[in-house]
Design a protein around this ligand. Structure first.
Ligand SMILES: Nc1ncnc2c1ncn2[C@@H]1O[C@H](COP(=O)(O)OP(=O)(O)OP(=O)(O)O)[C@@H](O)[C@H]1O
Ligand SMILES: [Mg+2]
Length: 422
């Protein structure tokens, strides 16, 4: 299985802290970059590891006190591997355990420098989470195409919906994600600014749409995914948005139609939310943004019980005398209701909130999602936290209700037609 020359050996480590690998003298630390995948061949299992740190070591403090002259290459070479050495730190990510324990020992190594065409891995492996470490002095190799295929699969695997998201830094092997598994879990893309998070998110969404793995509802705070987005760099390039790539499967809704039109987006649909669609529960979720007290929320419940779903419109229209009268009759607290009224006037600044709407846009979005249309919601200038939290909460809470209802129906009928889309 060792296609390549070993790079080093494991000298110490632990499951929680990772492995320390001493590099052989012929291997320069400059060839190993953080983020590279290496494998450690243990006695029973093969460990697929991520390189997380590169360290320079010296065997004796005297070398540090008296470093050789940089021009003395002979002395530097003599020290390399004995007096001076490189160490890398690996974090084991997965273990491959062969189903037949003899497989690891019997497979013939390929000649170095000869690239083997990689076929489907012939040996059956179980991929396990790492629960142990390789033993002392296990050898470390560059990961091969075959290792990548065992871990990430291959694109034309007939049993999986695999999608290629890119290649490792220094290899020409496609890295695939199993989209069905991906959409079952909560996922996040993290990284420093400008490292490609939005690009990767767009790529993943395109894969999910193309392979029909799930239906996407995208809250696009910075208007990056629906229509084209500019790339960074000296020359101005744009990349296509999802609506341009999949016109018949993606719909754009906008909370700020003027901004969307100014960007040249065609056929975006407007989205308005009316006051009567805001529940007290929605306000609880944006309580901090509106600075609402517990007492104000309790009084909001009293108001809702009295006026029904139009309670916000009613409250905003009440004068002090009416509030006083209301409190006397319904046991409300006047100062809390007045504070609530004052704070809810902030909602009037949100362009997409209207006293009444001719249509229930949220229902429209729910119907589109049920028909497996992907929805991108753009915020335009309405991307402050209050606006974002309110719109996302109102919409997702409704969708959640609809899904729970549908899931309950499916549990009752067991009819595949009643099953919700992912
Ligand atoms: N896969 C890629 N192929 C080509 N160019 C890319 C790729 N990923 C990122 N880039 C380049 O890097 C730039 C920054 O990427 P991106 O906007 O996705 O970063 P980000 O992590 O989302 O940044 P921010 O934190 O600022 O939102 C892009 O504009 C593009 O020029
Ligand atoms: Mg970004």
């Amino acid at each position: 299985m060792g296609e390549l020359q070993p790079l080093g050996i494991v000298v110490q480590g632990s499951l929680s802290e990772g492995l320390e690998v001493r590099l052989h003298g012929s291997v320069s630390v400059e060839e190993l970059r953080v983020g590279k995948f290496l494998v450690v061949q243990g006695r029973r299992s093969r460990f697929f590891c991520l390189l997380t740190d590169v360290i320079l070591g010296t065997a004796s403090p005297r070398i540090m006190a008296n470093p050789p002259d940089p021009s003395d290459t002979f002395f530097t070479e003599v020290l390399a591997g004995t007096g001076t050495y490189g160490t890398v730190h690996l974090t084991p990510m997965l273990m491959f355990v062969p189903d037949n324990p003899l497989d690891l020992l019997t497979e013939a190594p390929a000649r170095k420098g000869k690239r083997k065409k990689v076929e489907e891995p012939s040996t059956a492996y179980s991929l396990l989470p790492v629960k142990t470490v390789p033993q002392h002095f296990s050898q470390v190799f560059d990961s091969s195409e075959r290792d990548f295929r065992i871990v990430f699969g291959w694109e034309d695997d007939p049993h999986r919906r695999n999608f290629v998201i890119g290649r490792p830094i220094d290899m020409e092997v496609p890295v695939c994600l199993d989209l069905d598994r991906l959409v079952e879990r909560s996922n996040g893309i993290f990284g420093k600014s400008g490292t490609g998070k939005s690009f990767l998110a767009r790529l993943l969404l395109s894969g999910i749409i193309r392979k029909r793995a799930a239906v996407n509802l995208i809250f696009d705070m910075h208007s990056e995914y629906g229509w084209e987005a500019a790339t960074e760099g000296k020359q101005f390039h744009t990349v296509k948005g999802l609506r341009q790539l999949f016109p018949s499967q993606v719909q754009i809704y906008t909370l700020d139609p003027d901004s969307t039109k100014r960007r040249g987006v065609r056929d975006a649909q407007e989205l308005y939310i009316s006051y009567d669609q805001i529940d007290v529960e929605d306000l609880m979720l944006i309580r901090e943004e509106l600075n609402l007290s517990e007492a104000s929320l309790e009084n909001a419940i009293i108001l809702r019980n009295e006026f029904g779903k139009n309670w916000i419109t009613h409250l905003l229209g009440m004068n002090n005398g009416e509030i006083q009268e209301f409190c006397e009759q319904k046991m409300g607290n006047k100062s809390s209701i007045m504070a609530l009224q004052r704070k809810l006037t902030r909602l009037e600044d949100l362009k997409y909130l209207q006293a009444t709407c001719p249509e229930n846009y949220i229902e429209r979005i729910l119907r589109a999602i049920a028909a497996e249309q992907h929805i991108v919601i753009e915020f335009g200038s309405q991307s402050n936290l209050l606006s974002y939290m309110l719109a996302t909460n109102i919409i997702t809470r409704r969708i959640h209700h609809a899904y729970v209802r549908q899931a309950e129906k499916f549990m009752q009928t067991k009819n595949v037609g009643d099953r919700r889309p992912n």
